[in-house]
Design a binder for this molecule. Sequence first.
Ligand SMILES: Cc1cc2nc3c(=O)[nH]c(=O)nc-3n(C[C@H](O)[C@H](O)[C@H](O)COP(=O)(O)OP(=O)(O)OC[C@H]3O[C@@H](n4cnc5c(N)ncnc54)[C@H](O)[C@@H]3O)c2cc1C
Ligand code: SF4
Ligand code: SF4
Length: 397
Amino acid sequence: MTNKKDRVYKDKASCSGCSACYLICPTKAITMHTDERGFSFPEIDEKKCISCNLCEKVCPWKKEYPWKKEYSDNASDMLKCYAAKHMDKEIIASSRSGGVFTALSDVVLDSGGCVYGAAMDADFVTRHHRAVSKSERETFKKSKYVQSEIGNSLEKVKVDLEDGKYVLFSGTACQCGGLKAYLSKAGVNMDKLILLDLVCAGVPSPKVFADYLNWLQKKSKKKIERFEFRDKDKYAWGEGVEKVRYSNGKVRYQDYFTGSLFFEAWVRRECCFHCPWARVERETDVTLGDFWGVDKICRELYDDKGCNLVLVHTPKGEALFQSAKKDLLAKEVSREQVAHSQKHLYQPTEKPKDYDAFWEDYGKFPFSKVMKKYATNTVADSFLKKAIRKGIRFITR
Ligand SMILES: Cc1cc2nc3c(=O)[nH]c(=O)nc-3n(C[C@H](O)[C@H](O)[C@H](O)COP(=O)(O)OP(=O)(O)OC[C@H]3O[C@@H](n4cnc5c(N)ncnc54)[C@H](O)[C@@H]3O)c2cc1C
Ligand code: SF4
Ligand code: SF4
């Protein structure tokens, strides 16, 4: 007998947990469940399943993307590439890269539209939320290196579009792919939807991150009040140093999670090693990333606070970028100049050799033991050690 679960995802390497199958199911036979690693997957209740196969048809991992067949250097005719950063230095400081997300989302909010993005809530869980004001949108800024809970955001986007609202949805390429597949199967008009995705190295486990925060709290005997994955006040944009504020007001800088667990890729979702969107070409309107190497291409936009790589794929994306340009310093660059600026634009992250060993240890041992074996804090390292690590990181990112 065929296991009906197989109808949605073949194996865990081909499901990003986008929830499109769960939403499209006409009999509500699908529910989303969190596995032992902290990632969410669909499960089918066979008693409710009427074998309509809609779940299979909607899955963005089953789609034949034109670029999957062969690598082609011919991008879509539309593709435009920019180096860009916000004119307001405070906005750059409060953003991961150059603050282009703020400029783009300002245009949508100023025209009465709404913006979706990932925020870290007070319980330190990262979830997708809807914002209709700039203050609500502020929480979406800065990268959270965990998979965000998509919750009922895709349904809310559907309602917004049906109500005739402009919507900017921001998230990883697989979240955008899931939303687009769901809306198109549900027959929703997407003229007023702008999809913004990120150049993406992969998403770490929310469960490991929660364990990490508990481990830090136990170690320090203090409650954590604020956590940032990559500080830009004290450290440069290219560093991966976390900033943790404790209940006694003390601030600690370290890189156990960002620098070890995330950068070494042990805690990333398995599908990320097979990501079909690790490309310059995308299905979205705009893609944002860090513009590594911008100092060699347009020196005038370089400093250690951040600069965005902007890939514009559609006329809708270009119209939004042009409207936002009044707030930006921007320069058009060629596809050739960006294509090989970082490997997530042409190939997914490689699965580390000891990936399976990590998860075996994680399931078997107390978290403190896992940390001892896999994580280091290099912030206290000597200048020489740091320079070596920085070099390795530059080669591998
Ligand atoms: C998990 C992850 C991996 C990334 N990997 C790379 C990479 O390898 N190379 C690269 O060039 N850029 C990467 N980025 C993108 C980059 O860090 C910036 O998000 C991007 O350059 C936008 O910068 P900004 O200053 O314009 O935006 P900011 O103002 O910092 O806005 C952040 C944007 O990121 C979204 N976001 C934040 N956290 C998440 C999350 N967990 N899930 C979904 N969306 C989220 C928000 O919704 C918002 O749209 C990654 C981002 C994330 C979240
Ligand atoms: S539709 Fe999304 S959640 Fe469902 S199997 Fe495909 S990737 Fe996974
Ligand atoms: S690497 Fe690909 S599959 Fe993984 S979170 Fe990023 S976009 Fe999704």
